[in-house]
Design a protein around this ligand. Structure first.
Ligand SMILES: Nc1ncnc2c1ncn2[C@@H]1O[C@H](COP(=O)(O)OP(=O)(O)OP(=O)(O)O)[C@@H](O)[C@H]1O
Ligand SMILES: O=P(O)(O)O[C@H]1[C@H](O)[C@H](O)[C@H](OP(=O)(O)O)[C@@H](OP(=O)(O)O)[C@@H]1O
Ligand SMILES: [Mg+2]
Length: 384
């Protein structure tokens, strides 16, 4: 049995019914071990893989909370002393999603979002002051238009990260709660598409969303994102006005969303994340408005089985790399025992060191492929 250590919040475990899934994991050859991240993991191991969502600890550790820092370091120390243990997902990748401004800037680096693309990210700007003139200037320079959504700079972790506001005019600038990100609001007929990514697989789930707003002067609307896009959300914000009910619904193109999932996965180097997409009802273009680390995957049938397949495929790939590297080190020691045989020069000029062999999934053919010597495996895996 492979040993997978996990840490999830009580809320998440409940929402996923996670601890009732032990038999599903066992049937997949995985022993699930609940981690106590307040202690060193050394005596709790060994682990082939660690699965976690520690976003709240990451946010609190960033704010200097010692206990959170110790918890994160307990996981980091285990991984650094056990490079063969896979971490899903890496703290380095998740950190890119915690700050909303960093998250939206990362999206701009995905080549899929170039100007001619049908996929884009709404204009956005970080606001760190309540000074009206400064904010007017920054919004103008970043071409953020009214109405815009004001979102807390911290995207994950506490409930505060989901408290938002829609600002419709200059008067509303006094309602800005910095530090936040202002993101242009796009009418999308109150339908959101969750692109749930599980390794190379993605699942599109339709969700309620916020209604269309005509360009009108109105006071700021405050809302909690948990009240607008969870399944079955229904309130004044999610109900379309009469005139919008006549619009024909748009069916998202699976290929476009699949390419988006691949592009973001390559950029993020993550296995478990969700992308929130809306389709602008005038331009019909796909606006990426948010990315979530290890979301709830509600609406993805057989999520646990798919998760087991992903974890096993990551461990299989890792085992393949470990076996090959063991073969090579045996070969190296045999050749050094057989005396100082002339070592071949590698193409990159290194003296005859045998390259650490690792396999990279070719994104097009998905065939394992030998890599050149300088690409070293990270935890036995490779950066895509
Ligand atoms: N730029 C936008 N244009 C139109 N609607 C938006 C925009 N940004 C957010 N929304 C609406 O607000 C909701 C919450 O936005 P967002 O996903 O950024 O918040 P969140 O706290 O990260 O939510 P969750 O964590 O549940 O994904 C979206 O589901 C959508 O209904
Ligand atoms: O509807 P989804 O699955 O997107 O809801 C997610 C949400 O997007 C966020 O990822 C939440 O995490 P936090 O931002 O850290 O609150 C998830 O909560 P979690 O407790 O399940 O991690 C929601 O499921
Ligand atoms: Mg979101």
């Amino acid at each position: 049995m492979r040993r997978v250590g996990y840490w999830l919040s009580e809320k998440k475990k409940k929402r996923l019914n996670f601890e009732d899934q032990i038999p599903t994991f066992r049937d997949a050859g995985i022993e699930l071990v609940k981690l106590n991240i307040d202690k060193s993991l050394e005596l709790q191991g060994p682990f082939d893989l660690i699965l976690h969502k520690c976003t709240l600890f990451m946010v609190d550790a960033e704010d200097g909370d010692e206990q959170s820092l110790d918890a994160i370091n307990n996981i980091k120390e285990y991984i650094s002393s056990h490079p063969d243990c896979i971490l899903v997902d890496s703290f380095e990748s998740i950190e890119k999603l915690i700050d909303r401004h960093e998250q939206y800037k990362l999206l701009l680096q995905c080549n899929l979002l170039k100007s001619e693309s049908v996929v884009y990210t709404p204009t956005f700007v970080e606001l760190s002051t309540k000074d009206r003139e400064t904010n007017k200037q920054r919004l103008h320079e970043a071409e953020v238009k009214y109405p815009f959504v004001c979102k807390p700079i911290v995207a994950h972790g506490s409930s505060a990260s989901h408290k938002m506001a829609i600002i419709f005019n200059e008067q509303g600038l006094e309602d800005i709660q910095p530090p936040c990100v202002a993101q242009t609001f796009h009418n999308h007929n109150a339908v959101l598409y969750k692109v749930f990514v599980i390794g190379e697989k993605h699942h599109i789930v339709e969700r309620p969303s916020i209604k269309n707003f005509a360009a009108m002067d109105r006071s700021t609307i405050y809302f909690d994102s948990n009240d607008v896009s969870k399944p079955n959300c229904a309130n004044f914000l999610t109900e379309l006005d009469k005139e919008d009910l006549l619009r024909t619904p748009i069916t998202p193109d699976d290929e476009i969303l699949g390419d988006l999932a691949n592009a973001v996965r390559r950029e993020l180097k993550m296995e478990l994340f969700g992308i929130d997409v809306i389709i602008d009802c005038d331009t019909k273009k796909y606006a990426v408005i948010d990315i979530n680390a290890f979301p709830g995957y509600e609406g993805v049938e057989n999520f646990m089985e798919i998760l087991c397949d992903l974890l096993n495929s990551l461990m299989d790939k890792n085992d393949k790399v470990k076996t090959e590297n063991e073969r090579l080190s045996r070969k190296r020691s045999e050749s050094s025992e057989a005396g100082d045989i002339k070592k071949p020069k590698l193409s990159n000029g290194n003296s005859g060191l045998q390259p650490a062999v690792c396999f990279e999934r070719n994104p097009d053919t998905h065939e394992g492929d030998m890599l050149l010597p300088w690409k070293q495996p990270i935890n036995g895996l490779l950066e895509h």
